[in-house]
Design a protein around this ligand. Sequence first.
Ligand code: E4P
Length: 215
Amino acid sequence: MKIFIDTADIGEIREAWAMGAIDGVTTNPSLLSKAGKPIKKAIAEICEVVDGPISAEVLATDTAGILKEGRDLATIHPNVVVKVPLIPDGLKAVRQLTSEGIKTNVTLCFSPSQALLAAKAGATYISPFVGRLDDLSEDGMVLAQQIVTIYENYAFETQVLVASVRHPLHMVQAALMGAHVATIPFKVITQLIKHPMTDLGLARFLEDAKQIPKD
Ligand code: E4P
């Protein structure tokens, strides 16, 4: 299973990459606004750190505009994946970008029927937003599982990228259901590592080591 980091913060990206925890990066306009840099500059900087898929989202909402922005983003680096919203014009753009060999990540997916159409359009990734469904008291992981099942039923090549992950349990559930990727904030990466028994055990080993006779 692949893990992407869901941030545009270059410090967090460097740290996660150094740990070997991540295979790629997802960004969105909200995350990029926090990074405080022009989009193309921020994405280029990320591409220098991480050798893997880097999602950069278009801001246009019409097919011609999405195609123009998508082609432009794709020139930044061969690892750039153009992130496109799940709207009719977006799907038309995905179909065209795919035929040009440009990778796409269809974002803001909230239903299995949307995911089916994204796969038909040839999307490289589909991003179901599980946390935002949980926020509405709907189980977001059920959606992720439905998409995994539908794609397996028909051997679609589109990869399920579980997004809007809020906590380690989302991550573990995504892995158990066989999702291809989960994109997770830096905070969740640190939560995945942490275990109180590890800290306790290490503290005890270091304490006991003081009793070992010196050479
Ligand atoms: C990533 O591709 C999505 O944009 C992101 O996971 C959304 O997360 P949020 O619901 O926490 O904003």
